[in-house]
Design a protein around this ligand. Structure first.
Ligand code: M6R
Length: 368
């Protein structure tokens, strides 16, 4: 079943262009989003005044990206909560609250219990699931399926990019319904989204270089990941992948937080991945992240930058630059996460570990 691949994870990483393409297929018609999947829930979306996204692990990082997109496009306040924290926080839920759960398996007990709690409390519920007919999908008012295909490796990869694609479709759908974006703006964003599969193909081609890097770094004791805005969930995901696959202590930080404590961790030789925003970023975060790079570089950090191709400002300060194709700010995470997935997989492989079945973990966590 692995085809010619060394692991399911390697195969699933390579399937990411299709995972996104299949998730978008049939849902974009004449430059607009169509989601018959929403059924009766569609009629209620005009009145939703608050969205709570619940998920665990990698799915929660997709949720963070969903928050940026939905808030920007549809101007509805969104909060992201870990499923297992949600019901213990006495959440404020009204009939105009929409609770969106994200789960690859659709069977994660923490998320299922959170969905049940939300239903009890009177919220409308939508799930984003990858497994047809899963319990969470059945419990929710509506489901938008990601069409990533079965994900076998414990580490989530193709499901993650498909979740982001589904959340972005939903965000643009809300923007259509609520008329917070002009039709031309929706069309433009959908064009960006549709271009992602081909760009992912390009990113996958940089994997040989990352394999070499991972081999050199296989004795690292700790690796840090920095990102800002949409690069922040990518940093968290890069760190989670490295922990679960290579058993290396890894932490993701919002780059702006460095000076509030984590910079004390930097010592000569400390590897730090930095997810660099595009120099074209409308929020001008690029310069701030480049200055973070300079600060940690001055303290001896070894910088591995994931940056837009042709970003000349990063070159003088980075030990390695992994280029990603140009994309609009919200779309960069779909590309930037791939080198980090490959890095974790290759480093684990270099250590002789089983990347499909890391120790202590199960593919679907069906206990609370
Ligand atoms: O099946 P789910 O999406 O609900 O699973 C959620 C997490 O358990 C999952 O993403 C986990 O963090 C992965 N092992 C990460 O690679």
């Amino acid at each position: 079943e692995k085809g010619g691949w060394s692991s399911f994870m390697a195969k699933e990483i390579s399937e990411q262009p299709e995972a996104v393409a299949n998730t978008l297929r049939t849902r974009i018609v004449d430059g607009a989003v169509v989601l018959p999947d929403l059924g009766d829930l569609a009629a209620h979306l005009g009145e939703v005044d608050r969205i709570i996204i619940i998920a665990c692990g990698t799915a929660s990082y997709a949720g963070m990206l969903g928050k940026y997109a939905i808030e920007k496009w549809a101007r509805i306040p969104v909060e992201v909560q870990l499923s297992h924290e949600f019901r213990y926080s006495d959440p404020i839920i009204t009939p105009t609250t929409l609770v969106v759960s994200i789960s690859q398996s659709g069977e994660t007990m923490d998320t299922l219990m959170a969905v049940k709690y939300a239903i009890e409390a009177g919220a409308k519920t939508l799930s984003i699931c990858n497994t047809q007919g899963a319990t969470i999908a059945r419990e929710s008012d509506a489901v938008i399926y990601t069409h990533a295909g079965p994900e076998v490796a414990v580490a989530s990869t193709k499901a993650f990019v498909a979740q982001i694609a589904a959340l972005y479709l939903f965000g643009l759908y809300l923007a259509q319904v609520r008329e917070t974006l002009m039709p031309a703006e929706v069309r433009g964003a959908l064009k960006e989204l549709s271009a992602i599969p081909a760009k992912l193909e390009k990113v996958l081609k940089t994997s040989t270089r990352i394999r070499d890097l991972a081999k050199w770094m296989s004795d690292s004791r700790a690796v840090l990941f920095l990102g800002r805005h949409v690069g922040y969930p990518v940093a968290l995901e890069g760190a989670l992948k490295l922990k679960e696959l290579a058993y290396i202590h890894a932490e993701g930080f919002a780059a702006g937080e460095l000076k509030h404590g984590p910079i004390a961790l930097i010592e000569p030789g400390q590897p730090v991945f930095v997810v660099v925003p595009s120099p074209r970023d409308p929020n001008s975060l690029h310069a701030k992240v480049v200055s973070n790079i300079q600060e940690i570089r001055a303290r001896g950090a070894r910088i591995l930058a994931v940056a837009e191709q042709g970003d000349a400002a990063v070159l003088p300060f980075a030990d390695e630059v992994i280029p990603i194709p140009l994309a609009g700010a919200l779309f960069e995470p779909l590309l930037a996460v791939v080198p980090l997935q490959i890095f974790a997989m290759e480093l684990a492989t270099a250590k002789g570990l089983d990347v499909d079945q890391p120790r202590n973990l199960a593919k679907s966590v069906t206990v609370e």
